[in-house]
Design a binder for this molecule. Structure first.
Ligand SMILES: Nc1nc2c(c(=O)[nH]1)N=C([C@H](O)[C@H](O)COP(=O)(O)OP(=O)(O)OP(=O)(O)O)CN2
Ligand SMILES: [Zn+2]
Length: 142
């Protein structure tokens, strides 16, 4: 290859989880007012789609930015094992203090993927989460 080429590589996983939008920094009344039906005490669920995008050099020897098999292993550990078929607020300590909004789930996943990503000539570029077919959050580590 004549020069270094940079590519953006994406992989998706899907997880189902229950949650309730509730903030320990708000009163009961403020929670009801802020989150409406999503603050119902018995919670509700979503089938989330998570897309992780890695930015990096295409290795001239292997033709890969990162082996998708390695990325999948990392996403299974950082996302599926922790969040799939869980009650986010009860099973994941991070969400006992941070409301389980899609924004906060994106930040949580970003930090977890970063921690579990094998070292290489690439970087975590973006986490994109679809909470419903119409609700999406993009986080890039800012
Ligand atoms: N900024 C955010 N606002 C809301 C979030 C969020 O994560 N970030 N999440 C919710 C609730 O989780 C809710 O379940 C999703 O709200 P809603 O868009 O009403 O979803 P519906 O499935 O009911 O879709 P409809 O379009 O209303 O049919 C709320 N707000
Ligand atoms: Zn919800």
């Amino acid at each position: 290859m004549d020069r270094t080429r940079i590519a953006y590589l994406s992989k998706k996983v899907y997880f189902s989880a229950a949650h309730r939008l509730h903030s320990s920094n708000l009163t009961e009344e403020e929670n009801k007012e802020t989150y409406g039906k999503c603050n119902h005490p018995n919670g509700h669920g979503h089938n989330y789609t998570v897309e992780v995008i890695i930015r990096g050099e295409i290795d001239p020897k292997t033709g890969m930015v990162i082996n998708l098999v390695e990325l999948k292993k990392c996403m299974n550990v950082a996302i599926m094992d922790v969040l799939d078929h869980k009650n986010l607020d009860k099973d994941v300590p991070y969400f006992s203090i941070n409301p389980s909004t899609t924004e906060n789930i994106a930040v949580f996943i970003w930090d977890n993927v970063k921690e579990n990503l094998p070292k290489g000539n690439y970087e975590l570029y973006e986490v994109k989460i679809h909470e419903t077919k119409d609700n999406t959050v993009i986080y890039r580590g800012e």
